[in-house]
Design a protein around this ligand. Structure first.
Ligand code: IMP
Length: 175
């Protein structure tokens, strides 16, 4: 496999500190409750694992998987759920944990699907927010880091399945 040109954008220590802050904020906001934390596979799995271990409230863990048609780096806007949660979310506090909000299309779709099931509350926590790339308006409730443009890998994020295992987030050059 050819080595990709990449530079650290968010290092592991900075990530750990930010995850700690997010977990503290989420723990305060959900005090006395037990949210269903829904991770979006695969990209969010490392972020979610770190985040829930920093919470000081109990939570239930579940996962969804989504597929968007078209090429992997350009969203076409057609999305389907290929793996659903196994928890009945009606009347529960649902916190969706996603790796990146880019065009906003994926989360807009997922929020709509979850909202139809009448949760008591529904919020979104995104590890990275690429604010300038929105095609539909979407605001996450909790955001780890923001970035303008560029493609990142590491800490669960991949480029064609490469780089997920890396402990830091790297920006990839010359894709
Ligand atoms: P969107 O908000 O519907 O455009 O889609 C966001 C999804 O695209 C994320 O969940 C990621 O899986 C993927 N994605 C967007 N930007 C990146 C990136 O820089 N690295 C890895 N995956 C990305």
């Amino acid at each position: 496999m050819e080595e990709m040109k990449k530079e650290v954008l968010f290092g592991r220590d900075l990530i750990a500190k930010r995850v700690e802050e997010l977990a503290a904020q989420i723990s305060r906001d959900y005090r006395g409750r037990e949210p269903v934390v829904v991770g979006v596979m695969k990209g969010a799995f490392i972020f979610m694992a770190d985040l829930i271990r920093r919470l000081d409230i109990p939570c239930v863990v579940d996962f969804v998987r989504l597929r968007s048609y078209g090429s992997s780096s350009v969203s076409s806007g057609r999305i389907e759920l290929t793996k659903d949660v196994e928890t009945d979310v009606a009347g529960r506090d649902v916190l969706i944990v996603e790796d990146i909000v880019d065009t906003g299309l994926t989360l807009t779709y997922l929020v709509e699907v979850m909202r139809a099931r009448k949760p008591a509350s529904l919020k979104v926590c995104a590890f990275i927010d690429k604010r300038l790339r929105r095609e539909v308006p979407f605001e996450a409730d909790y955001v780890g880091f923001t970035m303008d443009d560029g493609f990142v890998i590491g800490y669960g994020l991949d480029f064609n399945e490469q780089g997920r295992f890396l402990p830091d987030v790297f920006i990839v050059r010359d894709l």
